[in-house]
Structure formats: C-alpha cells, structure tokens
Design a protein around this ligand. Sequence first.
Ligand code: HEC
Ligand code: HEC
Ligand code: HEC
Ligand code: HEC
Length: 264
Amino acid sequence: MKASIRILMVVAFTLTAGQAGQAGAADKEPLFVGAKKCRTCHKKELIGNQYGEWEKGAHSEAFEKLKSEDALKVAKEQGIAGAPHEAPECLKCHVTGYGEDAARFSKGKKLKNTDGVQCESCHGPGSLYRKKKVMSDHDKSLAAGMWEPGEDEKICTGCHNDESPTWDAEKGFDYEERKEEIAHAIPEDVKGKYLERSGRPLARTWTTTRTRTTTSRPPLRRVRRRLQDCGAGPVAARGPFRSYASGSCHSTVTRASSIRTSYL
Ligand code: HEC
Ligand code: HEC
Ligand code: HEC
Ligand code: HEC
C-alpha cells in the first residue's frame, strides 16, 4: 500500500512538472542553436542521418562558395569592393541568421558562418523544439516554433529569388523539384516511432516485472542477462527491446507512458 502511494506521488509529480515545462516553453522565444546541436540525434543511421545528407549537400557549402572564383566574379559585377565572404550583401543568403541580433542566438553566441545555410534556416530556430520528447510529437514541435519547409514554399523563396545575383529567371524556382533534390527523410518504418525503435526509453524506465515492482532502474547489463535467462535469445546492446520484453518474464512495455499506466 505504502509503495503504491509513493508511486502515485511520483506519477503526479512527473505529470505536473511536464505541464509546467510546456507552459514555460510557450512563453519564450525560440533561439538559434546551430546544426551541431541537431547532429546529436540526426546523425544516427536509424533516424535517417539528416545531418550527413545536409553535410553532403550545397547548403552546408554555401559560405565556402563565396570564396570561389565564380563568387569573386559575381561580386565584382555587383560592384562589391571587398571579399564576397565578408560582404553583408552576399552573407545574408549564404549563412544562417545573418544580421540577426545576438539575443536571437542561444547563449548570445552567433552561428559560425563556415557552417553555411544550416537546418534552422528551413526548420526554424530550434532551442525550444530540439528535445526528443517534443520532437517526437508533431503538434508539440510546431507549438515550440518548428517550421514546415515541406508545406511552405516561402521559406525557400526567402533566398531563392531574383535578389540573388545568380538568379536564373527562366529556370525560376520549382519548389517540388528542388525539395526532391535536398530530400533527407526519416525512413518510413521509423517515422513517428523513433523513440520506440531506438529502445532507450524502455532501458531507462525499466521499472516493472510481473512478480515485483521497483522504482529504481536496474543496470542495463542485468536486464539483458535476465531476458537471456528467460530464453529470449541474445539481446542487442541497443533496442528494439520490445520483441525481447514481450516474452514470459516481462509485460510488454515500450514507453514511459504505458509503464505509468500499469502502476495506476
Ligand atoms: C537573395 C539571396 C542571395 C543573395 C543576396 C546572394 N545569393 Fe548567391 N545564391 C543564392 C541562391 C539561392 C543560390 C543557389 C542558386 C540555385 O542553384 O538555385 C546562390 C548561388 C550562388 C553561387 C553559385 C552559383 C552556381 O551557379 O553554382 C555563387 C557563386 C553565389 N551565389 C555568389 C553570390 C555572391 C558573390 C553574392 C553577393 C554579391 C550572393 N551570391 C548573394 C542566394 C543569394
Ligand atoms: C534548405 C532547407 C533545409 C535545410 C537546410 C534542412 N532541411 Fe530538413 N527538411 C527540409 C524540407 C523541405 C523537408 C521536407 C519536409 C516534408 O516533405 O514534409 C525536411 C525534412 C526534414 C526532416 C523530416 C523528414 C521526414 O521524413 O519527415 C528532418 C528530421 C529534417 N528535415 C532534419 C534536418 C536537419 C537535422 C537539418 C540540418 C542538419 C536539416 N533538416 C536541414 C528542408 C531543409
Ligand atoms: C538562407 C537561404 C536559403 C534558404 C532558406 C534555402 N536555400 Fe537553397 N540554397 C541557398 C544557397 C546560398 C544555395 C547555393 C549554395 C551553393 O551553391 O553552395 C542553395 C542551393 C540549393 C540547391 C542546390 C542547387 C544547386 O544548383 O546545386 C537546392 C536544390 C536548394 N537550394 C533547394 C532549397 C529548398 C527546397 C529550400 C526550401 C525548403 C531552400 N533551398 C532554402 C540558400 C537558401
Ligand atoms: C535529442 C534528440 C534530437 C535533437 C537534438 C533534435 N532532434 Fe529532431 N527529431 C528527434 C526525434 C526523436 C524525432 C522524431 C522521429 C520520429 O519518431 O519520427 C525528430 C524529428 C524531427 C523532425 C520531423 C518533425 C515532424 O514532426 O515532422 C524535424 C524537421 C527535426 N527533427 C529537425 C530537427 C532540427 C532542425 C534540430 C536541431 C535544431 C533537431 N531536430 C534536433 C530528435 C532530435
């Protein structure tokens, strides 16, 4: 009895803390954090390595491009005296957040020009949506300031327009076609399921068995050994754990929310 009251209190606390956190986030203005921060999660193969795709593409090279022979020629034609990679007239479309107030950047630190046109030029400043739990929920991500470059052509035409000295009026900007060229999708079978597929939430919140309830998390190594003892076969170092956990030893729990429900 005592134990279940304590668990209820933990659940209640977690819920209120979560809600308070969200209300706070809605009041704040999102700040630029830079592509390196997105890299932590979006360099993973399982999620589709968007960081790697971006790194290979033209946008990450946009600043370096301003140092090319072509750029020097273009700058000269535009009557720009200095180096194009130092000219505000060029930088405004070739890097992320150029000319924005320092207060618009996380910790007041501007992004490095050398990273070119980064994730947040298209997805919006990320300080409020970049948490895994927010990111996994489309509506929450939008509420935290994430943009939808797949739905909103204006995000692209903010730079791809006739103010660009290399603009090709005849070619124009074909939104659907150009989107294809920079595609970096989350694989179909992972989309919307990354948290579950990556297996980590279960390992982190492994708190219940059929015979015993505990509020502490046993070391992953012990979980793995126990599952093996149950005849689950070899257990991978990382998820998906669900296929192993649904054996005879443990109930099927894959997300923190279902574990909480099983307590209540
Ligand atoms: C209004 C935004 C904008 C401005 C301002 C701008 N650029 Fe660009 N630039 C672009 C875009 C968008 C592209 C990609 C063009 C494409 O392939 O559609 C580009 C491409 C380029 C390229 C590569 C062209 C090619 O054909 O591969 C060079 C070189 C370049 N810009 C130089 C400059 C220089 C130098 C300046 C400053 C004088 C400048 N740009 C200012 C948006 C801009
Ligand atoms: C030049 C603009 C641009 C840049 C830069 C960019 N993206 Fe995207 N991103 C898009 C567009 C467009 C889509 C497609 C959205 C759609 O089709 O709904 C997209 C989709 C995505 C998706 C969702 C894919 C899916 O299947 O739903 C992720 C995740 C993503 N981008 C992450 C990143 C990360 C991380 C970076 C930086 C390393 C980045 N993007 C840089 C424009 C961009
Ligand atoms: C902050 C400005 C900016 C935004 C926003 C932006 N781009 Fe770009 N884009 C550029 C620049 C600059 C280049 C040229 C980079 C280079 O050549 O190194 C470029 C290059 C490209 C290229 C490659 C062109 C080539 O010839 O290799 C494609 C495709 C492209 N952009 C599509 C998009 C799409 C689709 C969106 C919107 C979802 C978008 N861009 C948003 C600045 C931008
Ligand atoms: C702590 C990990 C983490 C970080 C950091 C992170 N993301 Fe994500 N992102 C995720 C996860 C998890 C998903 C959801 C994957 C799924 O299950 O579909 C996601 C989804 C997305 C999507 C698709 C969202 C939707 O609802 O369509 C975009 C776009 C995206 N991320 C962009 C970014 C950008 C840009 C940054 C950096 C500013 C970033 N992410 C930082 C983990 C992260």
